[in-house]
Design a protein around this ligand. Structure first.
Ligand SMILES: [Ca+2]
Ligand SMILES: [Ca+2]
Length: 226
C-alpha cells in the first residue's frame, strides 16, 4: 500500500519482499504528474470551446556534500547558461556526476489531454551509487509560468519502483494542488533524502516558498535547509 505523505512526514525507505520480509529501497523514481489548464471560452458564434494553456513545472534536485560547501545538481538544460553564469550557477544537466540520479528531461506543457497517469518529469535514483560524501538530496519544484499551484488541475508527486515509462510499485504519493495553503505559490521544497547512520530516509518537507524561479529556490535550500 502506498503511503499518502503529509507535509513534514518522515519515512523509512523500505519495501516488502516477495517472501514477506523487509528490504531497503535503493532504486526508485521521484516523479511529478501534472495537467495543462483547461478553460472554457465562448465562441464568437455561440457555444463554447475548451482552450488549453500549457503549464511548465520544473522538477529539480540539489545534492549537498557533507561539508555543505559543495553540491551537485540536476536541473533543466533549457535554462540559459549565460544567465546562470551571471548568478554563479553551472549549466543545467540531467545526470548527476556520480551517475546515481537521472532526470527524464524538461516537460514544457503538462498533460494536454487529461491525466495520462504517467509522470511528466521523473528523477530516477540509485542510492547505492550516490557519492559517499553526499548525505542530503533535495527535490524542489518551480512553475516557470505565472500560475500558482492551485490553478493547475492536478499535480501529484510520487515515489515508485519502476522506470520513467513503467510504474511497478508506488511507495508514496503526495498531492500538491489540493492543499489550500499552496494557493498563490509557484515554488515548493518538496522533500529530501538524507543519510542517517548509513541508512537513507525521506522527509516530505512540503514547504511552499515565495521564490520567483528555480535559482532562488536552489539558493534558499542551500542556505536555509541544508
Ligand atoms: Ca518543465
Ligand atoms: Ca502526465
Amino acid at each position: 500500500m502506498a503511503i499518502n505523505l503529509q507535509k513534514g512526514q518522515r519515512i523509512d525507505l523500505t519495501k516488502k519482499t516477495a517472501s514477506g520480509g523487509v528490504a531497503d529501497l535503493t532504486k526508485f523514481c521521484v516523479g511529478v504528474n501534472w495537467g495543462a489548464i483547461e478553460k472554457e471560452q465562448k465562441k464568437f458564434f455561440g457555444g463554447t470551446k475548451i482552450v488549453k494553456h500549457a503549464v511548465d513545472l520544473d522538477l529539480s534536485c540539489i545534492m549537498m556534500f557533507q561539508d555543505k560547501q559543495k553540491y551537485d545538481h540536476l536541473y533543466s538544460p533549457e535554462y540559459n547558461p549565460s544567465a546562470l553564469a551571471q548568478i554563479g550557477l553551472p549549466p543545467g544537466k540531467l545526470v548527476s556526476r556520480d551517475g546515481a540520479l537521472r532526470h527524464s528531461g524538461d516537460d514544457l506543457t503538462g498533460d494536454l489531454d487529461g491525466d495520462d497517469g504517467l509522470d511528466n518529469e521523473i528523477i530516477s535514483i540509485d542510492l547505492t551509487r550516490v557519492d559517499p560524501n553526499i548525505d542530503q538530496i533535495f527535490f524542489f519544484i518551480n512553475n516557470v509560468g505565472t500560475e500558482d499551484f492551485r490553478q493547475i488541475p492536478f499535480a501529484k508527486i510520487r515515489m515508485y519502483e519502476g522506470t520513467p515509462t513503467r510504474v511497478d510499485n508506488v511507495v508514496a504519493n503526495y498531492d500538491i494542488v489540493s492543499d489550500p495553503s499552496y494557493s498563490g505559490h509557484r515554488a515548493m521544497v518538496l522533500g529530501k533524502l538524507y543519510r542517517k547512520n548509513g541508512t537513507w530516509k525521506f522527509n516530505a518537507i512540503g514547504d511552499v516558498t515565495q521564490d520567483q524561479n528555480f535559482a532562488a529556490t536552489l539558493m534558499n535550500i542551500a542556505k536555509n535547509y541544508a
